[in-house]
Design a binder for this molecule. Structure first.
Ligand SMILES: [Fe+2]
Ligand SMILES: [Fe+2]
Length: 139
């Protein structure tokens, strides 16, 4: 594991976070009815978390000597609410995996604060996944 590979991985995480902010904003606008009302509240709360993650990653990438990406990762746009939340659940679970992977890389390179922060972000995403599973049970 090299610092360059860690920066590459963190940039993939950053593109995913930027994509999530845009996806949740988009999905919030497409959430209708009573279930949609609850979804809009959840998206609003989670967008704040994801923006915090994106901001942290941007600062870390620059601190490591890299150039942070500004292009979000693209995403599918299912119309059906259930399919929309299933997509979000999968993407949150992917984020958990990627943060744990990159926290291991950070540990190997001796970046203790980064390792711990990435683990914390993995926990945030796992919390988002749990919330999505709870909403999916009602659909
Ligand atoms: Fe996030
Ligand atoms: Fe998340």
């Amino acid at each position: 594991m090299s610092k360059e590979n860690l920066i590459k991985g963190l940039n993939e995480d950053l593109a995913a976070e930027l994509g999530t902010v845009i996806r949740y904003n988009y999905q919030s606008g497409k959430s209708f009815g009573l279930t949609g009302k609850e979804l809009r509240e959840m998206f609003a709360a989670e967008i704040t978390d994801e923006l915090g993650h994106a901001s942290f990653l941007t600062d870390v990438i620059i601190d490591l000597g890299g150039e942070p990406v500004t292009t979000p990762k693209d995403f599918d746009k299912p119309v059906n609410l259930k399919e929309m939340l299933e997509l979000d659940l999968k993407m949150e679970e992917d984020d958990v995996k990627n943060y744990l992977l990159h926290s291991k890389d950070a540990e190997d390179l001796g970046y203790t604060e980064l390792k711990m922060k990435l683990e914390e972000m993995a926990a945030d995403e796992a919390g988002h996944a749990r919330e999505l599973r709870r909403l999916l049970k009602g659909l």
